[in-house]
Design a protein around this ligand. Structure first.
Ligand code: ZN
Length: 386
């Protein structure tokens, strides 16, 4: 997830970059008695006992981001509300920071704690479906004390409320799905690819994330793809940190740019200004060159878009989704560039005529908030009356 890099450090920091809140009233359609008419900015308005809420907490490498979703399907926060995540200090500090984020967002939205039915939590993976961090650790959870740590259970014990866990890519995919489909979300399916340091993914069926037996469904970055038409004749097979060669993340991620694509493409453009930068910095700068239609940058991003198209072609034959969502740094790029990128993805996704007529391609909205909002949607889904 590229979100945290765009976030500010510091105590509760507020950005006004967010779009107006999504209305997800369909999530509550089975309990219409609790509908209330309330504008999102009037959070101080009087609540009835029926107007319960869920809280969404997005745990990132630098910051936590928090939101509140009420029983009518409205988000009570339309901007980033953050505090430091302190994940690098180990589980004890990080759980306290999550508890502080939880308390802080209730204060900001004037929400009594007694109205909170559940908390949705998302973190970067790898972790189990129940929020146990991989026994080998993870990029954001490097300290040994994190290895095999049950972050969901620890937060649940700390705040005394049910905590529902998703990994960050699954949470963003869930939010994209509900935001896009609105009232028909529970009848639809989608696949999301989110390009960041890695390639995060999410598969949603009938409005719910497919998590899998071990919590590892939707790890779309590590799906191996046919490389014909993606790589140049003389291009080495891209390697992924997971041990696979030629999977989507080995091409369509910042890590893929740094380890595989730039080392191949840079020597083909002698005198390019990025050649004098460290490779890691050059990889990060590449998007700004893409926005200026620099030929080297376009060659790299075209390969990324083609790789995602190959992935979506597999998805088309696997779950045949109603929507293909694309998220990550590219969504934050200049409109002309991101549209070009999405078009290349679309052109390289081979759909049957019937599928083309039924499916849509779209960008994941509100990216910085998508994790917290998706986590909240998952919590609401879990506790709403049936
Ligand atoms: Zn991989």
């Amino acid at each position: 997830m590229p979100g945290p890099s765009a976030r500010r450090r510091g105590r509760i920091a507020i950005s006004q970059r967010g779009n107006p809140p999504a209305i997800l009233a369909h999530l509550f359609r089975r309990a219409p008695h609790a509908r209330t008419l309330r504008l999102v900015d009037q959070v101080e308005s009087v609540r009835t006992p029926a107007s319960w809420v869920v809280v969404g907490l997005d745990n990132g490498g630098t910051c936590n981001n928090a939101t509140v979703l009420d029983a009518t399907g409205q988000f009570l926060v339309d901007h980033l509300v953050e505090n430091p995540s302190l994940v690098q200090d180990g589980p004890e500090s990080a759980i306290e920071q999550l508890a502080e984020a939880f308390a802080g967002i209730l204060t900001i939205t004037s929400t009594p704690r007694t109205l909170v039915r559940a908390v949705g939590l998302d973190t970067p993976g790898p972790a189990s479906a129940n929020g146990v961090i991989s026994s080998k650790g993870a990029t954001n959870f490097a300290q040994v004390s994190w290895h095999g740590f049950d972050i969901r259970g620890a937060l649940e014990a700390r705040i005394g409320l049910p905590v529902i866990y998703n990994n960050d890519a699954n949470a963003a995919a869930l939010y994209a799905h509900h935001r896009h489909f609105g009232a028909t979300a529970m009848d639809r399916s989608s696949v999301s690819a989110i390009v960041g340091t890695g390639l995060g993914g999410g598969v949603v069926e009938s409005g719910k994330v497919v998590s899998g037996a071990a919590g590892m469904a939707g790890e779309l970055g590590h799906v191996q793809i046919p490389l014909h038409g993606v790589l140049e004749e003389d291009q080495p097979l891209p390697q992924c940190n997971c041990g696979f060669a030629g999977d989507v993340e080995s091409i369509a991620s910042l890590t893929g740019i740094k380890n595989n694509l730039l080392p191949y493409w840079l020597p083909k453009f002698p005198g390019h200004p990025l050649a004098s930068e460290r490779i890691g910095k050059a990889a990060k700068l590449l998007r700004s060159y893409g926005e200026k239609e620099d030929p080297l940058a376009l060659a790299v991003f075209e390969q990324q878009a083609k790789a995602i198209g190959k992935l979506f072609t597999i998805a088309a034959n696997f779950t045949d989704p109603a929507a293909y969502f694309l998220g990550g740094g590219v969504v934050e790029a200049a409109p002309r560039f991101r549209q070009w990128f999405l078009n290349v993805v679309r052109e390289n996704t081979q759909l049957r005529q019937e599928q083309s007529a039924a499916a849509t391609f779209a960008l994941v909205p509100d990216l910085d908030m998508a994790g917290a909002r998706g986590a909240a949607v998952a919590a609401l889904e879990t506790v709403r009356p049936t």
